[in-house]
Design a protein around this ligand. Structure first.
Ligand code: SF4
Length: 402
């Protein structure tokens, strides 16, 4: 049976793909295992030929052992690549995004820009903080490989100048509109640490800025970052079931607790425009009933869910786990879109933000039944997107000209 574009995305996340050595990948973005490692695959773009959205970006597992058993195989030549599903014989045209030229360029401190930030879909991801402190205490999340990556392929220490220069290059040459500043657990000083980066990017570059850090108890620090111009906060709650949370995320469970994630999410959602805050969860570890309950809890706060499909990443303590089942993940993603529709969350509003590491909420529109409310919601989203253009245009102007 032929899969629709979102179904193909989900199945690629679950199954991975094989890449024969004779398939040309010249100029493709390299497979980069940065921080948590969930983006350790090959970046692919699936054209949709649909009015819902023109294309879907997906970071396909190709190096993990389960990918060797995948029914999907990349085939064709440079101008006409496709994914062949050997079960059905169906072929899906795909495109491989090129590695940006700025990846090899050096910052003023002679550091390759790709060691400062990398493209994850169409946005720039930068891990600003030093290595997550959970790795020092052995309390790291079990799916994570941060401790293996920082200091190697990724620069361990990044200055504000490194980050600003890399953001400039990514904006000018790759058309980036959004930079996501990440970091793991840094005690209670991660938000403070992020402030000079946020200020410099907003003043000197002019990008939408997202911050993804473990939650802190002093909410005034979120207010300060909002005053500096932060556009988005995301909170990686990962798992809803308390026992699974404690088992897979022992540092988060012992040091922070699940409630703090939701309280911080709620605070930020009350201070930022609707749809500017997200709660991130991983599907495919706990039972999907819990995942779907987590999605419902996130949307009830006014945040939108970003749902990662679990990847048993090489080098992580969960490397020998099985990847999730496609049918279950399809159910989760359909529930994600349905929750956003029912709660009228303005998903997919910001320009040019396609996240390759997750199934974007608006990708999952392909899974929805074509009811009257589906069309009403989609028409509402499009109207909002047009209305929001002047606001985003202002946000993408640097406050201080260089
Ligand atoms: S908080 Fe967990 S997922 Fe994030 S960097 Fe630390 S160990 Fe990894």
């Amino acid at each position: 049976m032929r899969l629709n574009p979102c179904e193909l995305e989900i199945d690629l996340f679950c199954s991975g793909a094989r890449v024969p050595v004779d398939v040309p990948l010249d100029g493709a973005r390299g497979v980069r295992r940065t921080r948590a490692g969930l983006g350790s695959g090959l970046e692919l773009v699936i054209p949709t030929a649909s009015w819902l959205k023109p294309e879907i970006w997906v970071n396909v597992p190709v190096v993990e052992p389960f990918a060797e058993r995948s029914p999907f195989v990349l085939s064709g030549d440079a101008g006409a690549l496709e994914i062949l599903d050997e079960r059905s014989g169906e072929r899906y045209p795909v495109r491989i995004p090129r590695q940006p030229a700025w990846y090899d360029r050096l910052t003023s401190r002679d550091i390759e820009m790709s060691r400062i930030g990398v493209m994850q879909g169409t946005y720039l991801g930068i891990d600003i903080n030093p290595i997550c402190e959970f790795w020092d205490s052995g309390l790291n999340c079990r799916f994570c490989t941060t401790g293996e990556n920082v200091g190697g392929i990724e620069s361990a220490a990044k200055t504000v100048e490194d980050v600003v220069e890399t953001c400039w290059a990514a904006k000018a040459e790759s058309g980036v509109t959004f930079v996501h500043l990440n970091g793991g657990f840094q005690g209670s000083h991660a938000l403070e640490f992020a402030a000079p980066f946020v200020r410099a990017i907003k003043e000197e570059v002019g990008l939408l800025v997202g911050v993804q850090l473990t939650p802190e108890r002093d909410f005034s620090r979120y207010a300060r970052l909002i005053d500096l111009g932060v556009n988005h906060f995301s909170f990686c709650i990962e798992l809803l079931d308390p026992e699974w949370f404690a088992r897979v995320c022992p540092g988060k469970a012992r040091t922070l607790g699940q409630d703090l994630f939701f309280e911080a999410m709620e605070y930020c959602a009350s201070r930022l425009p609707r749809g500017a805050v997200s709660g991130e969860i991983i599907a495919g570890i706990e039972p999907i009933e819990s995942t779907i309950a987590g999605i419902e809890r996130i949307v009830s706060i006014g945040a939108f869910p970003t749902v990662c499909i679990f990847r048993p990443t090489t080098g992580s303590p969960m490397a020998d786990w099985a990847p999730p089942a496609y049918a279950e993940m399809r159910t989760v993603m359909a529930a994600m879109y349905d929750a956003c529709r029912r709660h009228r969350l303005p998903i997919g509003l910001a320009p040019n933000i396609e996240v390759s590491l997750v199934v974007n909420p608006d990708d999952a529109a392909f899974l929805a039944d074509r009811t009257l409310d589906f069309y009403t919601f989609e028409a509402w989203r499009r109207t909002l997107r047009v209305a929001a253009r002047p606001m985003f245009h202002r946000e993408l102007r640097a406050a201080v000209r260089r």
